[in-house]
Design a binder for this molecule. Structure first.
Ligand code: RB5
Length: 155
């Protein structure tokens, strides 16, 4: 299953991605299927998406106007590694190296191959090994902030 959601600026792109994935037989859970989204704010949307990504233990797609605001907000949620990707290479590498679990896209940007970006993100596996050490450090950094203690920087 893939969790997807958008603020008011990303509704059209969200619908396109839902159709694309559904046609491929991928189950998609739209967590922002609200009647009226005109006054919504991307941090609220980010939280709903991240909560569901954690609950379903799956990957997510979060869309705002640029992809930036929603990514900043998603990255405040414990356990979330969100990445704005504008091409297939970024999407592949953020899965492979960062074990990103939320792909952020901009509904108002002129991203050329959005389905290619989505495919790379969903089809690439985390490489582990030295990358696991680095991702574990992100978790440690997050934990230290939560606990209000100094991050155990190894440098
Ligand atoms: C909303 O107008 C817009 O600011 C939001 O969608 C997003 O692009 C923020 O980064």
């Amino acid at each position: 299953m893939i969790v997807i959601g958008s603020d008011h600026t990303g509704i059209e792109l969200k619908k396109k991605i839902i159709s694309y994935l559904t046609n491929k037989g991928i189950e998609v859970k739209d967590v922002t299927d609200f009647e009226d989204q005109s006054g919504d704010d991307y941090p609220d949307i980010a939280y709903i998406i991240c909560k569901n990504v954690k609950k379903e233990n799956c990957l997510g797609i979060a869309i705002c106007g640029t992809g930036i605001g929603i990514s900043i907000a998603c990255n405040k949620v414990n356990g979330i590694r969100a990445a704005v990707c504008t091409d297939e290479y970024m999407a592949k590498m953020t899965r492979q190296d960062n074990d990103a679990n939320v792909l952020c896209l901009g509904g108002r940007t002129n991203i050329t191959n959005v389905f290619g970006v989505v495919d790379e993100f969903l089809n690439t596996k985390f490489a582990g090994q030295r990358h696991k050490r680095r991702v574990d450090k992100i978790t440690e950094l997050e934990k230290s902030q939560k606990e209000g203690v100094e991050y155990g920087n190894s440098l």
